[in-house]
Write a protein that binds this ligand. Structure first.
Ligand SMILES: [Zn+2]
Ligand SMILES: [Zn+2]
Length: 232
């Protein structure tokens, strides 16, 4: 697709994960699989149902493309999510909303081997190790560029371009409802979206009715991470 001239100033690089069907080392970047857990800690559990949380994403900042690393900071970014259907923790704990108690989004500094902690999940997602990143030109959705006036047909082409509705690092978020960048509870500043997870792209997860989720970080408080999702 030829990028419409009105959108050219807004082109950003996003990186699409290239994955292999393996878990890899505990500290690897991955979607699903086994995370690095600090020594002495247990695998994160859900306070609502008591079961292990499913690892959705672990990003090893050292192994990210350099431009993305500059935005994201160091260490391992980890996102765990309760996939229990009974009770339905996604609803009980309003997991669509940032800082839900059935979601753990955090940064850890991997020192040493870590704990021998594995999730107790009868139907854990198959691990997908991220082996590389493919840089693409990403485009915003209309909600993020309200001053750009384009015919609907052009926006349809932007969506069909196929880059927005994917799991991706950085770039532009796909907003299903409207921009929902969380605010940091410590400084109230708007957090930066660093990773997008789309229902049934890499992970066999469905957020509500095929929703899209976003992991965000506070640029001033690197240990404040948030995850939320929305669906139509
Ligand atoms: Zn739960
Ligand atoms: Zn902050």
């Amino acid at each position: 697709m030829d990028i419409p001239v009105e959108l050219r100033p807004y082109v950003r690089t996003a990186w699409l994960p290239e994955v292999a069907d393996e878990d890899g080392p505990r500290t690897a970047s991955k979607l699903g699989g086994t995370a690095w857990i600090p020594s002495g800690d247990a695998w994160p559990a859900c306070p609502n149902c008591g079961r292990s949380l499913q690892l959705l994403l672990q990003l090893d900042a050292e192994a990210l493309p350099e431009a993305a690393r500059a935005e994201i900071g160091g260490g391992l970014l980890q996102l765990f999510y309760c996939t229990s259907q009974d009770p339905l923790c996604e609803v009980d704990c309003q997991a669509f909303s940032p800082f839900s108690e059935s979601v753990v989004a955090r940064r850890v500094a991997p020192e040493g081997e870590g704990a021998d902690a594995v999730p107790d999940l009868p139907s854990a997602f198959p691990p997908r190790r991220i082996t590389g990143w493919r840089a693409v030109d990403d485009l915003p959705t209309p909600q993020d560029v309200p001053g750009v006036d384009l015919p609907d047909g052009v926006w349809d082409a932007v969506y069909r371009h196929g880059l927005v509705e994917r799991d991706k690092l950085s770039g532009w978020p796909l907003w299903v409802q409207g921009p929902e960048r969380p605010r940091c509870p410590q400084c109230r500043s708007t957090m930066r979206v660093v990773f997008q997870i789309v229902s049934e792209d890499t992970l066999p997860i469905v957020f509500g009715d095929m929703g899209t989720g976003h992991l965000s970080v506070c640029l001033k408080h690197p240990d404040v991470l948030a995850f939320g999702w929305a669906c139509t």
